[in-house]
Design a protein around this ligand. Structure first.
Ligand code: NAD
Length: 498
């Protein structure tokens, strides 16, 4: 993803305490509870946000159900709904600084990435899905009466919205992974309750204000913050929710699918990953090293598709380790608002402690730590990029999702060994191949067990391109026309024309 350079430090904005957005009203939680949200670069509390309880979830579900039945959103002409989605996109552009600033101070994402990748992308997502509002068509089927019976039948299908969608989202790309659910859900005529991650609720609140300004009818869009085990769980179990669209960890996703089964909800799951990046000896070494570093370290490794297992053909192993060492040394850790910074802090103290524990486990396993010497600021949840290698695919740091800037380099000898190691993981979210041989690239892409394969590149993502996991990385696809099947249901209508 290209990042436009930004030479000046972005202007600071005041951030007021956040409230719940239910039925078109901004309100405190019924219990009055709040949760603090912390700037991971300074460890200071930015503000507080109303923390919902189960009774607030019920209020949000009631509001969304009423809106689904009565607001006219579901039955609105597609071309009219498209206008609302396009207004949302324009307002996202108009509020790009506020959205990016909140994203950056809340989760430690570089401001330039927040503004020119994440915010630009979500505006495009609304524009892309606005085009689909007028294309929910059906089919006429050549159904025949029972043999021997006279008459003529008409059988046709139509796509209808599902109803109320709970969008439960993680801390790492708050806006992008929320809008990948919200935009198709709204385009298809559903109502939405968004539950952002407790550590990163701030950009979601601006998004809710944008929905209101864009004229989304009251109750069609709701935002409730609060602990996943309370608010998320209540949404998952509520009979008033028709579908849960979830992005998060495989462990929470597993429990969520079980909870949703009680009420036979539709569920899509975008879960964890441990993505392999295979570098063949014929690759352009400079480009492959930069891609490998970017694949693993972008957004401080807090990326579900991070290429955290780097499989390198033995002939070029030493050269690759040298290149990676240099890229580590050039990393500038610091305030994500500072344009000179290339890596921000991890999103929370809990993530910081977890990642340090994994680094310790790699050291204990005796895997050489090739580099981790970047200068670290005095405070904040900063972890410098850590590269272990040569390592082994059986160690804990090569098997478990770390979700931080930690790369394990694993040597291989030939094509078949590379594919075997790459697929030897419970996950199947993404993968990549670095080679100058097109035949090698295509053969590898077809054999890799993952929902995405990048060839000589990494981290491309687009509203039009389906995205999702194999194996324990989840099921269902986001983005592209395929995602709309998960926000609609098919009705077949029969008519006796006799
Ligand atoms: P998480 O699973 O801890 O939380 C995700 C969301 O679920 C949060 O909003 C949380 O409050 C909520 N939640 C927690 N417990 C819940 C429960 N019992 N019932 C319902 N909801 C509950 O994940 P995280 O730590 O915020 O995010 C990191 C994880 O997300 C990583 O595993 C990462 O790979 C994954 N992820 C996947 C994708 C993808 O597209 N496949 C993208 C980004 C992140």
């Amino acid at each position: 993803m290209p990042v436009t350079a930004q030479s000046d430090r972005p202007e600071a904005i005041a951030i007021e305490p956040g409230r719940l957005f239910i039925g078109g009203q901004w309100r405190d939680s019924l219990s009055g509870a709040t949760l603090p949200t912390v700037n991971p670069a300074t460890e200071e509390v930015i503000t507080t946000v109303a923390s919902a309880g189960v009774e607030d979830v019920h209020a949000a579900v009631d509001a969304a159900r009423r809106a689904f039945e009565e607001s006219g959103w579901a039955s609105m002409r597609g071309s009219e709904r498209a206008k609302v989605l396009l207004r949302i996109a324009d307002l996202i552009d108009a509020n790009a600084h506020e959205l990016a600033y909140r994203e950056s101070v809340d989760m430690g994402m570089l401001y330039t990435d927040a503004r020119y990748v994440a915010v630009a992308h979500i505006a495009n997502m609304f524009r892309y899905f606005s085009g689909w509002t007028t294309k929910f068509d059906g089919a006429v089927r050549p159904a025949e009466p029972v043999p021997g019976q006279p008459g003529e039948l008409l059988a046709y299908t139509r796509r209808e919205p599902l109803g109320v969608i709970a969008a439960i989202t993680p801390f790492n790309f708050p806006l992008v992974l929320s809008v990948s659910k919200i935009a198709p859900a709204l385009a298809a005529g559903n109502c939405v309750i968004h539950k952002p991650a407790s550590d990163t609720p701030l950009s979601a609140l601006t998004l809710a204000r944008i929905m209101q300004e864009a004229g989304v009818p009251d109750g069609v869009y709701n935002t409730i913050c609060g602990p996943g085990a309370v608010v998320g769980d209540a949404l998952v179990r509520s009979p008033g929710i028709d579908k849960v669209a979830f992005t998060g960890s495989t462990a929470v996703g597993r429990g969520l699918a079980q909870g949703a089964a009680e009420t036979f909800k539709h569920v899509t799951l975008e879960l964890g990953g441990k993505s392999p990046n295979i570098v063949f000896a014929d690759a352009d070494l400079d480009a492959a090293a930069q891609t490998a570093f970017f694949a693993c370290m972008w957004n401080k490794g807090e990326v579900c598709v991070a290429g955290t297992r780097l499989l390198v053909q033995r002939d070029i192993l030493d050269d690759m380790l040298d290149q990676l060492r240099k890229l580590c040394a050039a990393t500038v850790l610091g305030d994500p608002l500072d344009p000179a910074t290339t890596m921000g802090p991890l999103a929370s103290r809990a993530e910081y402690n977890k990642v340090l524990d994994y680094i310790e486990s790699g050291k204990q396993a005796g895997i050489p730590l090739v580099a981790s010497e970047a200068k670290v600021p005095d405070r904040g949840f900063f972890v410098p990029p850590a590269i272990f290698g040569p390592g082994d695919n059986s160690t804990r740091i090569a098997r478990e999702e770390i979700f931080g800037p930690v790369l394990t380099v694993i040597p291989f000898t030939d094509f078949d060994e590379a594919i075997r190691i790459a697929n030897d993981t419970p996950y199947g979210l993404a993968s990549g191949v670095q080679t100058t041989n097109a035949r090698t690239a295509i053969r590898a892409a077809h054999r890799l067990q993952a929902g995405t394969v990048w060839v000589n590149t990494w981290h491309h993502y687009d509203p039009s391109a389906p995205f999702g996991g194999y194996k324990t990385s989840g099921y269902g696809r986001e983005n592209g026309p395929e995602s709309l099947d998960a926000y609609t249901q098919l009705k077949t209508i029969w008519m006796d024309l006799a």
